[in-house]
Design a protein around this ligand. Sequence first.
Ligand SMILES: Nc1ncnc2c1ncn2[C@@H]1O[C@H](COP(=O)(O)OP(=O)(O)OP(=O)(O)O)[C@@H](O)[C@H]1O
Length: 473
Amino acid sequence: MEEHPPSPPSKSWSIYTRREITSKYEILERVGSGAYSDVYRARRRSDSLTVALKEVHDYQSAFREIEALQTLQNCPNVIVLHEYFWREDEDAVLVLEYLPTDLAAVIKAAKKKWEGGIRLGEVKRWMVQILRGLDVCHRNSIVHRDLKPSNLLISAEGLLKIADFGQARILLAPVFVDGDAYNQFDEQPSSSQTAFARPAEVVPPLDSQVIEERGELGSEKCGMEPYDVRTNDFSGDIDEDSATHDGGTSCLATCAASDVEDPFQQTYSYEAEEGRIDGNGPLTSCVGTRWFRAPELLYGSTNYGLEIDLWSVGCIFAELLSLEPLFPGNSDIDQLGKIFSILGNLTDEVWPGCVRLPDYKIISFGKVEKPVGLEACLPNRSPDEVLLVRKLLCFDPASRATAMELLHDKYLNEEPLPIPLSELRIPSKHGIQDEDSSVEWNDYKDFDSDSDFDDFGSSHITTTDNGFSIRFT
Ligand SMILES: Nc1ncnc2c1ncn2[C@@H]1O[C@H](COP(=O)(O)OP(=O)(O)OP(=O)(O)O)[C@@H](O)[C@H]1O
C-alpha cells in the first residue's frame, strides 16, 4: 500500500466535541464524506486499532445503517460495525473497521496503470467476494439499494467488504434458500462458514423512540434463513424528499428536482416518502446511484425486491471486465436510453407486466432497431463472461440470477480460478486521485462545504484533554 497524502482540511467539527468519543478514540484525519456523512480515520486508545468514525448527519440513514450492520455482524464480506454513539439531538457516530481503498480505485488503477487491465484470476476473486457479501445480505433479507464500486471497500489484505448501508432496507417476511455456496472457494475463514450455517437470530430493530448511547456490538448475528430472493415485502420507513441524481452520487444524496434536462420533457418525479417507520408501505424508487439503478427503479417502481441489487452487480461486473461504466447516463431518461441502446427496448415480451410500472406509459422511447449488445460493450471478453453479465442484466427481475446461483456458476469455478487474496493488486485510493488531477482533489475540497467555519478560511482542529481547539489559518 502506498502512503496517504495529507488529509484535506476538516470541515465538520461536532465530532470533536463529543467527549464520550474522544476519550476512547483519537481522531486523526477526515478521509471522506458522502451525502449524509463525514468519515474520519481514528485510533482506538485502548489498543491502537485504526478505525473509521462515520458521523452520519441524517437520522434515517444512520438508523438504516446501524440496523443492517447489526444484523450482518461477523460476515467476512460486509464491513464490521464495532460500536456506535448516538444520543438524542446529536448525529450518530458509527465506529467501523477502517478500509483504506475500494473497488473504484482498483478499476481506476487498472485503467490508468495496469497493462492488460485486471487479470482474470483477480476479476474472479473480486466477483466472488462481492457475491458472498451480497448473498449474506439477501439471505438476511437486506436489500442494499446503493451498490457501486466506491461502496465496495477493500482492506490492505485484499478483503472486499460491502459498505454504506445508509439506504438499506430489511424485508419483513422470512424467505427460502436453495443451497449452500460457502463450502466452495478457498479464502473464506472457517468461522464464517459456521456462522453462515446457523439459523438467523431474530435481531430486534432499533427502537426509533429510544436513541441509544454507545451500542456495544459483540455477538455473532450473521445467521442465515432460507430465502426467496424474489420477495417484495419490506418493512417500511420514510425517505427524504428526493429527485435528481447523477452517476457518481447516491440518489438520496442529490435529489432536488425531477429530470429537468429530460429530452422528452416529461414530468418524471419520485415519491418523497416510502412507507411508514412502523410497517409496510411503498418503497421509494429514488434509491441508488443512477448508473447502477435497475430499470424498475428508473420507471418508478415502489414494490421492487432484492433483485435491484443484482442489476447493480451486473453493472459492476461489466465495469470490472471493460474498465468503463456500462450505462453512464446523465439523467434518468438518458439512463434508460443507454440501457435500451445496448439491451434493446423494454417490452411486455421481455418482461411481462412491465407496462404496469408506474412511469412506463409516461415515458416512451423510439424502437431501438439494432441494439449494440453486451458483446460489443465487453470487447475481448469470453462468451462465458458476457453470459455472466447477461444473467444479471435481465429486464425481468425474476429472471436475474441470484448471488448464490452465480457463486455456483461455471465461470467462477473453472480455470483460471480466483486467485488468493495475497496475490491481488491493491492500489491506494489517494495515490490514484493525486496522480489523476488537481481538479479532482479541489472538487473534493469544495464538496459539502456547508460548514459554519468555511468563511474563516482553513481550520485545524486538535483534540485536547478538555475537549477540542480550533485554529484558523
Ligand atoms: N470504513 C471506512 N474506512 C475508510 N474509509 C471509509 C469508510 N467508510 C467510508 N469511508 C470513506 O468515506 C466516504 C463516504 O462514506 P459513505 O459512502 O459510507 O458515506 P455516505 O454519506 O453514505 O455516501 P454516499 O453519498 O455514497 O451515499 C467513502 O467514499 C469512503 O471514501
